[in-house]
Design a protein around this ligand. Structure first.
Ligand SMILES: [Ca+2]
Length: 270
C-alpha cells in the first residue's frame, strides 16, 4: 500500500514537472517568436531624415501627391472639399486650383503622358485632365472603390483598400494584371496613396505613418519606411498620405492630410 502511494505521488509530481516544463517551453518559443518578429521588423524598417520643409495647405485633405519638373500636383478629398491643385515645389506657392463637384470625393492622382488622372472614392470615375490647363479631357469608368493611383510609364496602378494592386490600361481601364501584396506570406491590407520608385511601388498604409515598399513584379514587401518621427499626426485622420518621387532629381517628398508642411526626406541612402 505504501509503495502504491509512493508511486502515485511520483506520477503526480512528474506530471507537475512536465506541465511546468511545457509552460517554460511555450514561454521560450513565444520569446523566440517575438524576438524574431521584432528583429525582422527592425531590420526591414527604414527611418527618414528631413532635408527640407516646404509649406503645405493645412486645409488640404491629401489623397494623391506627385511632383513633376519643379511642380507639385495634389488631389484633395472629402465631399464638398475635393480639389485638384498645383504649386511651386520650391516655395509651395499655389499656381492653379479647381474644385470638384460636391458629390465627388477625390482620391489618388498620377501623371502619365502629360495627362493627370484623378481617382474618385466611390463614384467609379477617373477624371483625365490636361496638366497645364486642368481642363477635363476624358472621363473613365471602373467598378469598385478607388484609393491610390500611380503608373509605370505604361499602365495605371490602382489600390482599393485591400492588399491587391491592379495594373490597368490608361485608355480603357481594362485590368492587365493584379498583384497581391504580402509580407512573410500574410496580406498587407489598407494600401492607400501610391508612388512608383524605380521598380518598387511605395504604398501608404491607411491610418498609419508607415509606407510599404513593394516589389512590383511579385507583390512581396521589400521593406517598411516608418515616418512616425516626422508625422504631424494629432488625431485619427491626419496621417501621412502623400508620397511624391522626383525621378529626374532622385528626391522623395512626403506630406499628409491637413499637414502644415511637405518634407523632402533622405532615407539612409535608398
Ligand atoms: Ca503619389
Amino acid at each position: 500500500m505504501i509503495l502504491i502511494c509512493k508511486f502515485l505521488s511520483f506520477i503526480l509530481s512528474l506530471r507537475g514537472f512536465l506541465s511546468r516544463s511545457k509552460n517554460c517551453v511555450y514561454a521560450l518559443l513565444f520569446l523566440v517568436f517575438f524576438f524574431n518578429c521584432f528583429n525582422s521588423f527592425a531590420q526591414e524598417t527604414v527611418t527618414p531624415r528631413i532635408v527640407k520643409k516646404i509649406p503645405h495647405d493645412s486645409n488640404a485633405f491629401t489623397q494623391g501627391f506627385i511632383v513633376d519638373k519643379g511642380v507639385f500636383y495634389e488631389s484633395t478629398g472629402l465631399y464638398g472639399n475635393s480639389s485638384l491643385r498645383k504649386y511651386n515645389a520650391y516655395s509651395g506657392k499655389l499656381i492653379r486650383k479647381i474644385s470638384l463637384d460636391d458629390k465627388f470625393f477625390a482620391e489618388g492622382l498620377t501623371l502619365l503622358n502629360d495627362k493627370l488622372y484623378q481617382l474618385t472614392w466611390k463614384s467609379g470615375i477617373i477624371f483625365v485632365y490636361d496638366k497645364m490647363t486642368f481642363e477635363i479631357e476624358k472621363i473613365l469608368r471602373y467598378s469598385g472603390e478607388g484609393w491610390g493611383l500611380t503608373n509605370n510609364d505604361k499602365y495605371l496602378v490602382m489600390s482599393d483598400g485591400t492588399n491587391t494592386l491592379k495594373f490597368r490600361d490608361p485608355k480603357t481601364l481594362r485590368i492587365i494584371r493584379s498583384i497581391a501584396v504580402t509580407h512573410n506570406g500574410l496580406p498587407v491590407k489598407n494600401l492607400n496613396e501610391l508612388e512608383f520608385v524605380g521598380n518598387e511601388i511605395w504604398a501608404n498604409i491607411w491610418k498609419s505613418d508607415l509606407v510599404a515598399c513593394i516589389n512590383s513584379d511579385t507583390g512581396r514587401l521589400v521593406r517598411w519606411i516608418d515616418f512616425t518621427s516626422i508625422s504631424e499626426k494629432n488625431g485619427n485622420e491626419d496621417v501621412l498620405n502623400g508620397i511624391a518621387y522626383d525621378k529626374e532629381k532622385d528626391k522623395i517628398f512626403v506630406t499628409g492630410k491637413f499637414w502644415n508642411s511637405i518634407y523632402e526626406v533622405s532615407l539612409n541612402g535608398l
